[in-house]
Design a binder for this molecule. Structure first.
Ligand code: RIB
Ligand code: CA
Length: 310
């Protein structure tokens, strides 16, 4: 399996993805890069380091990235992730921000050069850091194996979570997503079309009772679950970011197919929309592997089992 850089905007489901990826014991994680997204950059850094302490893996280095999108103003999602970004579940844990000096985009370039053809990026926040890295060193498009991005929606017009046709990560920096989609890198987009089928509900969380992560999973997801119930009528935490890790661990969870996908960066109604040309009307070369369906139950079971065995 290739080496991994995980890019996060920790956030509740980012935290679950970090735990799941590390506890799977199947990923060779070179480092974690952080980006402004769900909450401001300094909070994503602090939250990521808190989660690494919870896991017992503070040896994993955290590299600070962009503290804002390329062009627009940040729009945070405290209503989903809580005032601190992880549902205030680790408020008692005091941690100083000792992130690495090296900027995330420079770390991505350095590692892509060092591990040409053997590096996969898993990105579960806005893709600002990769866009910056591509602008500084375009050759990384040939050096990076694949970038697996949690983002977008392609077959569910009107069911976005930021605008009717836009998903948060792509909406948060649509210009960055456009740069990445048109870079020539092998892109797989784990979109709301499949992640919204992976709701972790209380009945799943209860299976963790008495294990290392029960308290954190129950407490960190409280705000997220309540928001989902109010907004979408389902009391649960959609495992957006963990499924993105899951796809890397076992691609058989998701059926994918390559199409031409572009990103809306102008329209106020659809800013951040990921437009999939299923009928090839634009006659353009397919550039993104999109997700058609997911074995949600098997994935959720594996997610819970992995955390249970920790
Ligand atoms: O739309 C869901 C995505 O936006 C997830 O990655 C969540 O953490 C937020 O970043
Ligand atoms: Ca995220």
């Amino acid at each position: 399996m290739s080496k991994i850089i995980l890019d996060v905007d920790t956030g509740v489901d980012d935290a679950l993805a970090i735990i799941y990826g590390i506890e799977s014991k199947k990923i060779d994680l070179l480092g974690i890069t952080t980006v402004s997204g769900n909450v401001p950059l300094h909070m994503t850094e602090r939250n990521t380091r808190k989660v690494l302490r919870l896991i017992g893996r503070e040896d994993i280095k955290v590299y600070p990235g962009a503290d804002r999108p390329l062009i627009r103003e940040p729009e945070y999602e405290f209503r989903v992730h809580g005032t601190d970004g992880i549902g205030n579940a680790l408020d008692d844990m005091k941690i100083e921000n000792q992130t690495e000096e090296q900027f995330a985009a420079d770390f991505i370039i350095e590692q892509a050069k060092k591990y040409k053809g053997d590096l996969t990026l898993i990105m579960v926040g806005p893709v600002t850091n990769l866009a910056l890295a591509l602008r500084k060193e375009p050759k990384i498009a040939d050096w990076i194996n694949e970038v697996i991005i949690m983002g977008g929606l392609v077959s569910m017009a009107g069911k976005g979570n930021k605008l009717p046709n836009s998903e948060f990560n792509i909406f948060a920096d649509a210009e960055a997503a456009s740069i990445v989609f048109h870079s020539g890198i092998e892109v797989t987009l784990v979109s709301l079309d499949v992640t919204l089928q992976t709701y972790m509900k209380l009945e799943h969380i209860e299976k963790l009772k008495g294990t290392k992560y029960y308290d954190f999973v129950l407490n960190s997801t409280k705000v997220f679950r309540a928001f989902s119930e109010k907004q979408y009528g389902t009391n649960g935490c959609a495992l957006h970011d963990p499924l993105t890790i899951g796809y890397f661990l076992d691609p058989s969870y998701i059926e994918t197919k390559k199409y031409f996908v572009d990103v809306e960066t102008v329209s106020p109604l659809n800013y951040g929309q990921t437009i999939c040309d299923f009928r090839n009307l634009w006659k353009k070369e397919p550039n993104v592997n999109i997700c058609l369906n997911v074995d949600a139950e098997r994935f959720i079971d594996d997610f819970i089992e992995t955390l249970k065995q920790a």
